[in-house]
Structure formats: structure tokens, C-alpha cells
Design a protein around this ligand. Sequence first.
Ligand SMILES: [Zn+2]
Length: 256
Amino acid sequence: MAAVTTPAILLRAHPFSESSRVLRFYTRALGLVGVMARGVRRGASRGRGGGGAFSEGTAVLAVRDNRELQTLQEFAPAKSRFGLARDVSRLAGASLAAELVLRHAGQEPHEALYRVLSGGLDRLEDVPGEAVPAELLALGWAIVQILGFGPEIEACVACGQPQEDGAMGWFDLEAGGVRGPCCRMPQGARRVGPVARQQLGRLLAGEAPAGLRGLGAHLSLLDDFTAFHMLGGRRLGSFRFLEPVAAGEPDASAED
Ligand SMILES: [Zn+2]
């Protein structure tokens, strides 16, 4: 058994018994790790750490190969990220990122994924309310891209022909990318104009474009894309909480 000390982000916690929890961390050194944490429920209620969802800090793990759950020796959160609870869309964005990582990240280190997740959670917590939807889209698409599921947006997904900057296109959900005017429009497909294509490119790179247009369409595209290509048709639970945001309604809880 080896003790591993690593930066870690707590993604999810399940109660296991009166005195223990199963925690899922994304770690810099080991990728996705499940741990049994004994005594933390009582400890947390007395304010002695344990950490809440999305908190980040240093974890000390007793690691044994081929074991489903490792043992958590210590987790010292340096960032609590309590600010994510200020409004529903910040929390839904963080949950969406966690769902994707829990479902698809592996048990091996992935520096870029750790960096995108950590930086994205920081921004979701810190940006002004009106910038939150673009930040959560940037975080979601960046994770999709880093995990290797990113859509094809440079060349026509049907025939491979490179697309000009100003070209109108349609999103071919099943093929996983944008079709150009060179090919027939897929039935019921979303139109992807030049601006939308360029904005999608920025989101895939993890950048939140200012003045993002068509927020509802962007959210439903990420929802449909992740359901079809990453989740076997199941939808990410977090999108349910984003319906008011997608409909253009102000986030009521953000006002206090
Ligand atoms: Zn084509």
C-alpha cells in the first residue's frame, strides 16, 4: 500500500453508514478516485473538514492496486467553493461538469482535465451573474472536448469538405458535427450560422464568449450532444435546473 498526496476536487459524496461516506474525487495524480472516508460525517458536522461538493485541496490517500475504493487518510480543502451555492445556475454548471467527469474520466492522471475543471469551477463561482451561462457552457464543452468527444466544426461532418468562415451549416447530431451547404440538410437539424460556429469553437476551447447569442439553443445543443454521444441517451440531471436560464428567465435566486 502506498500513501499518495495529491491535489483533489471532491465531486460527490454518498453517505455509507452513520459514520462514513463514500467520496468521489477527481485528483491530479490518479484521475478519478473513489474513497471510503470513515468518521467524516461526524467530523463534518462539527466543522472539522471533510469538505462539501466541489471543494478542492490536498488529499492523502492510502492506495492499493485493484481496489474499488481507496482509503482517505486526510482531505484538507483549500477552497470550499461555497459561492457556487449563490444561485441555481452556478450550482447546475458545477454539477454538469461533475456528472461528465464522473461518467467518463479514467483512473489515470489527465493534467489538462484537472486544470480545466479546477479553473472552470473557480470562474463559475466568481464571475458576475450574467456571465454564468457562458461560463458553464465553456466548462461543459471543454470537458467534452478534452475527453475526446468534441464535435467536428471545421469540416463538413458528412463529406469532409473544409468549411469557409462565413458558411451556413446545420448540426448533424448523430454524425457529431456540422454539415455544410455542400451536403443535404439533415431532417430537423439546428441551423449553425457563422457566428454560432465560431462561438462553439471558443466554447470547446474553454473560453466564454462575451454576448453569447441564443443561450437556450446553446444549452439544448450541449444537452442533446452529451446525451447522444456520452450518456447512451440518458440526459445529464443538471440540465433540468437550467430550464429557466434556457428560457431566458432571470435566475430568481441570484437577486438576493
Ligand atoms: Zn458536405
